[in-house]
Design a binder for this molecule. Sequence first.
Ligand code: SF4
Ligand code: FES
Length: 318
Amino acid sequence: MSSPSSVIQATVTLRVHRFTPRPERERRHSSSPFGRRGGSPFADSARAGRPRGKSWVQEYELLVRPEDTLLDCLLTIKRDIDPTLAFRYSCGHGMCGSDAVAVNGTPTLLCTAQVQDWVQRLPNISYPDDEGFRRTGDVDDADNANVFEEDLAHQIDEGDHLGVIELAALPGFPVKRDLVADIDSMLEQIRRLKPYLIHHNAIKTREDGKVDVLEYLQNPQELAKYELLSNCIACGVCEGACPVYAGGEAFIGPAALINQARFINDSRDTATEERLEALDTADGVQACQSVRACSRQCPRGIDVGEEIWQLIAQVKER
Ligand code: SF4
Ligand code: FES
């Protein structure tokens, strides 16, 4: 029970919600008249929004260290157990936002979620020193998934079974395959609102024709107004947590609003009025119910709900 944490390995069960889309060929030859080309004009969009295919839950048991990330676990599965499991990642360090999934029902990033923070104890599993564990949440309580409060590595023996972690694709988006969600709708919504600096005046140039960067200097207070917002990595975790956002039809979504807040709060951007106008729509800030679930798991520390609240105030004050 006292071996160093770096060498202790215990088993964990990953319960993965899997999905394989129907092959394109089968869809083209579907016997349904709605699946044929030239059939219902809504057939394609219906398929795009709710992919058809085979869904099932698959369990993988593997040896882990408590401090391993869930991305580590999936890479082990992919390499040693099941090469067919699909998931997405890139940087591995919480910087790119490509690996957002639902862990025990809560949207978060695979590469920053550690086994010890997400494993759910099984009621029928006997632990080596049950008194030594401090339980901080119910197994079914997705908001309180940190079941073990203290450093798990100091409480387990080699080979113990830690429990279960449930993984599913990011909620609110169509599933492409297994843990890969189709986040195109979110990216399109961000694009639609012009995610770049707009400076209506002509760019200031010096006599030699080069851009006069001194014209665009900001003081620290101006930078502080949007610096944190510029850290958004468009991971979609806030969208997956939002009960109003589900594919983006009715609500443009928290990620697009945070992106706009970043430019609205930037003193160099001169398009504030048109940006606020574009947000004052039925699917813009008017759709936000201020539930603030979007704030809970932002991996970049942005208080998404509060920022949207500030945007709503700015829209109303115009
Ligand atoms: S605001 Fe946070 S949770 Fe939402 S997309 Fe940006 S980084 Fe992800
Ligand atoms: S892999 Fe880039 S944020 Fe997780």
